[in-house]
Design a protein around this ligand. Sequence first.
Ligand code: IPE
Ligand code: MG
Length: 240
Amino acid sequence: MDGNGRWATGRFLPRVAGHGKGVEAVREIVEACAVRGVEYLTLFAFSSENWRRPAEEVSLLMRLFMAALEREVGKMHANGIRLKVVGDLGRFDDKLQQMIDNAERKTAGNTAMTVTICANYGGRWDVMQAVQKMVAARAASNPQQAGAGQDVTAFTEEELAQHLAMAYAPEPDLFIRTGGEQRISNFLLWQLAYSELYFTDTYWPDFGAAELDKAIASYQQRERRFGRTSEQLVEQKKAS
Ligand code: IPE
Ligand code: MG
């Protein structure tokens, strides 16, 4: 969700106004996705690198996050939405961690849509913590093979994927980046391997339902081959 700051400065407003408007865009997109039958929506709200921002901006983002949780979780729950927050949450203050925990517990049984907020998240962090958990799980189930005795060639991609922070979700079909930059910026590195990428110059606060439909329309034009040839896909379609 990029472009809040530029949206604001272009209007001679402080950056914080852009973040406030960005929260409204989140609400609109969550609703639009629910209406369109999207099952998983994942929002990159705060990266591991965003701590480098001025302290006042970081603390405002935290307050906005808390306020949004306070205001929106009840409504999300009423609409059957499951909320997940993934990332290295230990760095957030206790009150925010508690709110996240409560929100996740409250909505855990909901099945209409899963909204994931990535907070203090980084794709490399995710892969590393998954590797650590995978190795630890092996060592725990087979202590005599732990450490130097462990057969590292026996680890599989599937085993690692089970330990990623978003192991509960399928890999994304569509990745959208707003705000004109064309980079992944350490988002879901592992899971984006075959995702369709969509970049738009629209700033996040202006990214509404109409913009979402443009992104979906672009996605629908893509041919997803997963390494195969076009001809193979035609054959596959005939067979099914
Ligand atoms: C939102 O946009 C990103 C976060 C909430 C961390 P930016 O704050 O990065 O906006 P720009 O890039 O300065 O316009
Ligand atoms: Mg930015």
